[in-house]
Design a protein around this ligand. Structure first.
Ligand SMILES: [Zn+2]
Length: 192
């Protein structure tokens, strides 16, 4: 994937950065490098790829545990570092999570510690999203009851790879950049 390597900020340092153990001096160097090393994103992907126990190609990391990966069958899916797959990345992965909802002051106090610090359960509920594979907590949100799960990020991968990285993805298509979340509940309705 790389043509010319720029080792002014080497892959080893990117690895330390991802692991959170880089020295402040080296971190400053990464921020201040002028011009920036052009292949930093590719080094970053390389580091991420080495850290996961599976082979699917990572296109983008979208949270501490989640990645959008390219599957051999030409699908782009959300995948947890544990290997659990959440399906098409255009459908909010939260719909495939195990979800815990806290609706009472008592339930919220378990999280906030003291009753006075909780949210007002007449206004909002607190949702926790867990990976069905490894039970890692993937997200939390405080929203009005009945509010749809918030889409945290729907990246335009084709534009990112083509315009920003200068290396278009081989399976570019205009319909990749679409929020298809509503198709999931529609399917559930059909399935009865
Ligand atoms: Zn997981």
């Amino acid at each position: 994937m790389e043509e010319k390597r720029d080792d002014r900020f080497p892959t080893e340092n990117v690895k330390l950065l991802v692991e959170g153990t880089i020295s402040w001096e080296d971190a400053k160097k990464a921020m201040r490098l002028r011009p920036k090393d052009k292949d930093r994103f590719w080094k970053y992907l390389e580091v991420l790829q080495q850290r996961v126990p599976w082979k699917d190609k990572i296109l983008l990391r979208i949270s501490d545990h989640l990645y959008i990966v390219a599957k051999p069958d030409a699908k782009r899916v959300v995948k947890c570092d544990c290997g659990h797959e959440f399906g098409d990345y255009r459908v909010n992965w939260k719909l495939s999570c195990r979800i815990r909802v806290r609706r009472t002051v008592e339930e919220m106090t378990e999280v906030f510690g003291i009753e006075e610090a909780t949210l007002d359960p007449s206004l909002v509920e607190l949702r926790e999203y867990y990976c069905p594979g490894c039970l890692a907590q993937l997200a939390t949100e405080a929203v009005p009851v009945g509010y749809p799960p918030i889409v945290e990020m729907l990246p335009d991968l084709d534009t990112f790879y083509r315009e920003w990285l200068g290396k278009p993805l081989p399976d570019e298509r205009p319909d990749w950049f679409q929020n298809r979340t509503l198709e999931a509940p529609a399917r559930w309705m059909e399935e009865g």
